[in-house]
Design a protein around this ligand. Structure first.
Ligand code: AMP
Length: 272
């Protein structure tokens, strides 16, 4: 990779993915170009270390042929589909842990997930040595963790965030949406609707705890079977907003939500 990198004009952008590409992934390519990338590498790697036993690693969609077709028209310089043994040789043992940010929210439900994510991203950044790397705000906690590890390890790469790409109904695109039935796919847009409505209520000064209770009720009545979390944090952190309500002097805040529909966990977040 390092030898190939020399042939690619700088700035070089890395876009790590697990494949099953959709327009959300493709929007990251546009973000990279808008940020001045002259070369773009997309990686497709379903990273085993970020899945716990019993999660969907084995059945995670791997439509490689379709992915390559998507990328063929997307204007990237290189697609890298590494083998597991390339990323994790048999004697590989170092893990990257970002404890501060890895235990709440997604980390509470998936305790080892972010160690796997942080480790694979660090490996990719070290192997490819891009000038910038683009990550989606869709995985907001992941983005914070990657920013933190890049800072702490002084990896010397610019981390660029891309806004959440949604379908016309507002549903955040995700590779896991394809597990939903046709009616589930339509129902799923209620997650962003509830986030949007809660954002309006919060900005109009309503009590945060009441807004969150109402959001939980709305999601339940929209068919979501379990709400793992629906919380308001100070934007750029995972710190819960402690005030009773928001007012003009409140810092930018973000609602983070994860809820299950038809057994599928859907993630979304919304800047308030
Ligand atoms: P994944 O293949 O799910 O690991 O995602 C690869 C990258 O695409 C991550 O940086 C995600 O945050 C980003 N991504 C996934 N879905 C979206 C979306 N709907 N909008 C923007 N970025 C996304």
């Amino acid at each position: 990779m390092v030898r190939q990198r020399k042939k690619l004009p700088a700035p070089l952008a890395l876009i790590p993915t697990m494949g099953a590409l959709h327009d959300g992934h493709l929007s990251l390519i546009k973000t990279a170009r808008d940020r001045g990338a002259n070369s773009i590498i997309v990686t497709i790697f379903v990273n085993p270390t970020q899945f716990a036993p019993g999660e969907d690693f084995a059945k995670y969609p791997r439509p490689l042929h379709d992915d390559l077709q998507h990328l063929a028209g997307a204007g990237v310089e290189l697609v890298w589909i590494p083998l597991v043994a390339t990323i994790y040789p048999p004697d590989y043992s170092t893990l990257i842990v970002v404890p501060d940010l890895s235990h709440s929210f997604e980390g509470e439900i998936r305790p080892h997930h972010f160690t796997g994510v942080a480790t694979v991203v660090t490996r990719l950044l070290r192997l490819i040595k891009p000038d910038l790397a683009v990550f989606g705000e869709k995985d907001y906690q992941q983005l914070l963790i990657i920013r933190r590890l890049v800072r702490d390890l002084e990896l010397g790469v610019e981390i660029v965030s891309a806004p959440i790409f949604r379908n016309p109904r507002g549903l955040a695109l995700s590779s896991r949406n394809q597990y939903l039935s046709d009616s589930g796919y339509i129902q799923a847009a209620n997650l962003s609707r509830v986030l949007f409505e809660t954002g309006i209520n919060l900005r109009s000064g309503k009590e945060i705890s009441e807004c969150i209770k109402k959001a939980n009720r709305s999601l339940k009545s929209a068919g979501f079977t379990k709400i793992d979390y629906f919380d308001l944090v100070v934007d750029g952190t995972l710190d819960l907003v402690k005030t009773k309500s928001l007012d003009e002097s409140s810092p930018p805040t973000r609602m983070l939500a994860a809820a299950r529909l038809e057994g599928i966990r859907l993630l979304d977040n919304w800047l308030v």
